[in-house]
Design a protein around this ligand. Structure first.
Ligand SMILES: Nc1ncnc2c1ncn2[C@@H]1O[C@H](COP(=O)(O)OP(=O)(O)O)[C@@H](O)[C@H]1O
Ligand SMILES: [Mg+2]
Length: 378
């Protein structure tokens, strides 16, 4: 429940007390609003008093009479606009003459309440204004959050791109200054490290490309029948060299209809990331399993591994951008920390869900539900 402050600036005491009475028990609510509005009415008999109260009480709404004893309503309006105050102003005036109306609207008045008004007329104006205020608040909040998220993303990204460049630059300088000797062979480890950092940077850039590919909705022409079994097999082939190195055995178990209407690239993103994680964060000689199961209404995917697992605290932030668990076990595993955030975004586009269960040192299970008929096509 939020209280909106309504300031009535009118020289007629009857109008001021009338508004106070009418709005005392009034409240505004809409199904789409997550809060109720009630009203606190403040009164000012002149424009000068009104301005003092604008400064002291910061009202949300002003009901403004145009014809006042000292400065006029339009002057108060101008005062509010010049300072760019976030206040909705409605003019109440007995002769809502055209020129006043035009001037006031030009100066930013949003509504007119002709005098005399019935309680119902006042209430419906206030209702409209409250709706406007609510929408304005929600839009502002969304803009702010968007800005913050973009900024954070860019600053982490710049850091992630700069780190390998600095490292490689350092290695090159070592060679330039011949710090380890005269022969190129003296620098073999340094060259290996440089190549690793370049590979890491390339992976990050590939993940970024995936990241920018995720649009807000799916394009109809890209949606087609995708056989997830085939996508799974391709993902296994892609990660195979790494699996051989780690001696990890990958098993695929298809238990139901593995076909789904989707953008194939999206499904590749899901499988490639979850299968590669199941190998990367596994133990030497471990196992990874993919299960594809389905019902009439959804496809169920399970990716389980016998790897290093994830603690409860880390699990909470696992799907955040650039999130990487940092400990003894992960310090030599390279990655961008973008994979799971991309996977979650894609799954949400299909109105699906992803959850993770894990026991540290035992392994992890990622479970994905994808509804069959929920693809959003604009
Ligand atoms: N199957 C898994 N087992 C253990 N830890 C995992 C697993 N999958 C992901 N993680 C942890 O979550 C982090 C984020 O994963 P991800 O977004 O794919 O990024 P990346 O693999 O590039 O680091 C990883 O750095 C790792 O610490
Ligand atoms: Mg990953």
């Amino acid at each position: 429940m939020a209280v909106l402050k309504v300031l009535v600036i009118d020289d007629e005491p009857g109008i001021r007390s009338g508004v106070t009475r009418i709005l005392r028990d009034f409240h505004v609510t809409y199904p789409f609003m997550d809060e109720d509005y009630t009203f606190e009415v403040l009164q000012a008999p002149t424009g000068e008093d009104g301005i003092t109260m604008i400064e002291n009480d910061k009202p949300d709404i002003i009901l403004l009479d145009n014809k006042l004893p000292g400065i006029q309503g339009v002057d108060v309006l101008e005062y509010v606009r010049e300072r760019k105050y976030d206040i909705v102003v409605a003019m109440i005036t007995s002769y809502a003459s055209l020129d006043v109306a035009i001037r006031a609207t030009r100066d930013g008045a949003t509504d007119f309440i002709p005098k005399p008004f019935t309680p119902q007329e006042l209430k419906s104006s206030i209702e409209n204004i409250s709706k406007q205020l609510y929408l304005r608040k929600v839009t502002n909040k969304m803009k702010e959050e968007g800005k913050k998220i973009r900024y954070q993303f860019l600053s982490v990204l710049s850091h992630e791109l700069k780190a390998p460049l600095n490292a490689i630059e350092g290695y090159l300088r070592m060679m330039q200054e011949k710090q380890s000797g005269e022969r190129i062979d003296d620098y073999a480890p340094v060259i290996d490290r440089s190549l690793q950092r370049i590979q890491g940077m390339r992976n990050l850039i590939m993940d970024l490309l995936d990241f920018t590919k995720i649009r807000l909705e799916r394009k109809e022409e890209k949606i087609q029948e995708v056989d997830l079994e085939e996508v799974a097999r391709n993902a296994i082939v892609t990660v195979q060299p790494y699996a051989i190195q780690m001696d990890v055995n990958i098993n695929l178990d298809v238990r139901g209809d593995s076909k789904l209407m989707a953008d194939p690239e999206d499904m590749e993103i899901i499988f490639n990331n979850l299968v590669s994680n199941a190998v990367k964060y596994n133990k030497f000689g471990g196992r990874a399993e993919i299960i594809i199961d389905s019902t009439d209404t959804e496809v169920l995917l399970v990716f389980s591994d016998t790897g290093i697992g994830i603690s409860d605290a880390d699990r909470e932030n696992l799907f955040r951008e650039f999130m990487r668990v940092k400990n003894e076990r992960t310090k030599n595993i390279s990655g961008s920390g973008l994979g799971l955030s991309i996977v979650r975004k894609v799954i949400e586009l299909y109105h699906g869900t992803i959850k993770v269960d894990s026991t540290p040192e035992m392994g992890s299970v990622f479970t994905v539900h994808l509804p069959r008929k929920q693809v959003t096509i604009p």
